[in-house]
Design a protein around this ligand. Structure first.
Ligand code: ZN
Ligand code: ZN
Length: 123
């Protein structure tokens, strides 16, 4: 199985199938990961090639269905989760990378959120 490059937990099948080369987050540790772009394209290509190969043996009508059915398999097989470099994932307010986040998808860090809430309370 493919594991998270940060915490080495096996990623779920759903996560592997959905992991693209865009920024994503590990379900276990919440750290930023993405799929290798080459692997992402290879998975699609492999499904098409295998699908077309099988379609020759069967009939052309089911070719598309085979590609659709094979894609998740080739995706899981070829997905390679990569760490997203910290420079790509900075707090949008303080621009630091070594900060904690309340939720993985928050654009600003927990410190900045605290500060924002304090100043909001003061009015
Ligand atoms: Zn992880
Ligand atoms: Zn911040």
């Amino acid at each position: 199985m493919q594991e998270c490059p940060w915490c080495h937990t096996d990623l779920s099948l759903r996560k592997l199938i959905l992991l693209s080369d865009r920024l994503s987050f590990c379900e276990e540790c919440g750290k930023p990961i993405r799929n290798s772009r080459v692997r992402d394209m290879a998975a699609g290509t492999l499904a098409v090639i295998l699908g077309l190969g099988l379609a020759v043996l069967l009939s052309n009508k089911v070719a598309m269905l085979i590609v659709l059915a094979l894609y998740p398999f080739s995706k899981v097989l070829l997905t390679r989760p990569l760490k997203v470099e910290v420079e790509e994932y900075l707090c949008q307010r303080c621009k630091r990378s070594d900060v904690g986040y309340r939720r993985p998808r928050d654009p600003i860090c927990a410190d900045c959120l605290d500060e924002q809430e304090r100043s909001a309370k003061k009015g």
